[in-house]
Design a protein around this ligand. Structure first.
Ligand code: G4P
Length: 527
């Protein structure tokens, strides 16, 4: 195997999808602990206390600054290199979250065992489905009372429409939580409370039929054996191909807080998850082992220091090898640039990058020339596809405080929209400006940045829009007819694309029914 192929094969790039409070931050810390990237769990967590301080710009910058370092984490594990991409949870949920999922090869789905499948998990899962991303599931908080595990698996299958194959099965929960039984290996991984913050050797008992196992389970033994028979009869078996196709998810049980089961998940990533996959460009498929360097930008984040307008563009490397000081082409603006100081994210610290391969993420300093979806290439000109805009779910009308600043406002919004901070819509029937976002914090970010960077103050008003759909049609006549009839609800977005702003879900279904020649798209590519 060539060196390039060996480096690619070593890599695993994934993100965690979960509903707020399911334990994403906690498991992230435990994963870093496992990768020896931190020595004591509790370091990543500190940002949580900042999480609600959204009103004050400096606070927000500080918080987002910290999250730059935690938004990509690279650490070694078992001869492999893991790239863990953070998808912000909570209030800072935004389009970034969605787009980050376009830069990974697989995902970890965290489920709170007491709650089951929650709304945010469903939304994120739907994004994963766009690319059939393989998903490993972790049912968390076994040190508490959880719902019946069989019921949880049923819920995953029903609500998320994916087959669920338990790899381990929990023995009790809450105070009775003894560990998990590995269904294939016939062994018990024993849970010992009180070691949540450190790396410990896990105790393993071989054979459910052993004296040791009987002793551990005590009076639970017979019931457990009976339950297992039921599980083995009723549940799907793990099938690697179905997993890779995104049709089946292997399920593990444990407690992130107790640092139990996390290693099983990480082993599964190394053993089963795909190494960096090939990516499509408009022109052709790019293999991770192609010699020429290439990558695309999936996220742009304001820098820590608000005095500098500098921003970081996060690029997923798709092929070849990045070396410091190398030249690459910024394809959209047709310019060759030398990258002297890209950032890496090793061990949760920002460090100067040595080299990077497919699956790795590098951070480029962006002075306003880089947009979401941009392709960089050291070979031929090409354009990666599959880095979409997602139809916003929240809308606000922008009110300018000083009417003389409308030019600056438009300019600022245009740029923030290009960066992916928000989406902007200009209705046909008025001079309004409407902002669209996936997460409500995006509006705060935009208002703060307009004030700081463009000296424009604005406020927001509620507006009656349920969702946006990008509109296209092969039938020019029908499209004209539609434009005429739907005039009231039509806008153009920041990229000049025709958009239908539907006031209600019912209205949208009606329109889709009435206009079969018109396509209503929930996502749009970035160019
Ligand atoms: P998030 O990033 O997905 O939002 O979740 P986070 O890790 O912050 O966890 C949410 C809450 O759930 C935290 O408690 C965390 O300690 C707890 N938690 C995570 N994993 C487990 C687990 O395996 N068992 C139990 N019992 N709790 C778990 P909190 O009270 O909200 O925060 P904190 O005060 O503990 O920091």
């Amino acid at each position: 195997m060539s060196n390039l192929a060996a480096e690619v094969a070593k890599r695993r790039t994934f993100a965690i999808i979960s509903h707020p409070d399911a334990g994403k931050t906690t498991i992230t810390e435990r994963l870093l602990l496992m990768g020896q990237a931190i020595s004591v769990a509790g370091t990543v967590k500190s940002r949580k206390s900042d999480r609600h301080a959204t009103s004050d710009w400096m606070e927000m910058e500080k918080q987002r600054g910290i999250s730059i370092t935690t938004s990509v984490m690279q650490f070694p594990y078992r001869e492999h290199m893991i790239n863990l991409l953070d998808t912000p949870g909570h209030e800072d949920f935004s389009e970034d979250t969605y787009r980050t999922l376009t830069a990974v090869d697989s995902a970890l789905m965290m489920i709170d065992g007491g709650k089951g499948v929650e709304p945010r998990t469903i939304a994120l899962m739907n994004v994963c489905r766009l690319r059939d991303t393989p998903i490993i599931s972790f049912v968390n908080k076994l040190d508490r009372d959880i719902r019946d595990p069989i019921e949880l698996l049923d819920e995953i299958e029903e609500v998320l429409d994916i087959q669920a194959a338990p790899i381990t099965w929990p023995i009790g929960c809450y105070r009775e939580f003894k560990g998990v039984y590995h269904l294939k290996n016939d062994c018990i991984h024993v849970y010992t409370p009180g070691h949540g913050h450190e790396r410990t050797e896990e105790k393993v008992i071989q054979g459910l039929d052993s004296d040791e196992a009987r002793k551990l389970l005590g009076s639970m033994y017979d019931d457990f054996v009976e339950e297992l028979e039921l599980v083995q009869g009723a549940c799907h078996e793990f099938d690697h191909d179905a997993y890779l196709a995104g049709k089946l998810t292997p399920v593990f049980f444990g407690t992130a807080l107790g640092n139990f089961g996390v290693n099983h998940v990480l082993d599964a990533f190394v053993d089963w998850s795909p190494a960096p996959l090939s990516r499509m460009t408009q022109e052709h498929e790019v293999l991770p082992t192609d010699e020429n360097f290439s990558g695309f930008v999936f996220k742009i984040q304001a820098n820590m220091d608000p005095r500098h307008r500098d921003r970081i563009a996060f690029m997923r490397v798709c092929s070849g090898k990045y070396e410091q000081g190398m030249k690459m082409r910024h394809v959209r603006i047709k310019k060759d640039i030398r990258i002297a100081d890209a950032l890496t994210f090793f061990s949760s610290d920002r460090e100067r990058l040595e080299d990077a391969y497919a699956g790795d993420i590098i951070g480029l300093h962006n002075h306003g020339t880089i947009q979401i979806g941009d392709t960089f290439s050291a070979g031929e000109d090409m354009q990666f596809i599959g880095i979409p805009h997602f139809a916003p779910e929240l809308f606000r009308r922008v009110r300018l405080k000083d009417p003389l600043k409308s030019k600056q406002l438009r300019q600022g919004l245009q740029q923030l929209a290009e960066e992916g901070a928000t989406q902007v819509f200009f209705p046909q029937r008025s001079n309004d400006i409407i902002l669209g976002a996936v997460g409500v914090l995006q509006f705060d970010v935009v208002a703060s940045r307009l004030k700081e960077e463009y000296k424009v103050e604005c406020s927001y008003e509620a507006i009656n829009v349920w969702s946006a759909r990008w509109v296209t049609s092969d039938n020019a006549k029908k499209l004209d007819e539609f434009k005429d009839k739907a005039y009231e609800h039509l806008s153009v977005d920041g990229g000049g694309h025709l958009t239908y702003l539907a006031p209600t879900r019912v209205n949208l279904s009606l329109m889709e029914e009435r206009w079969p020649d018109i396509q209503f798209h929930a996502t749009r590519e970035h160019h």
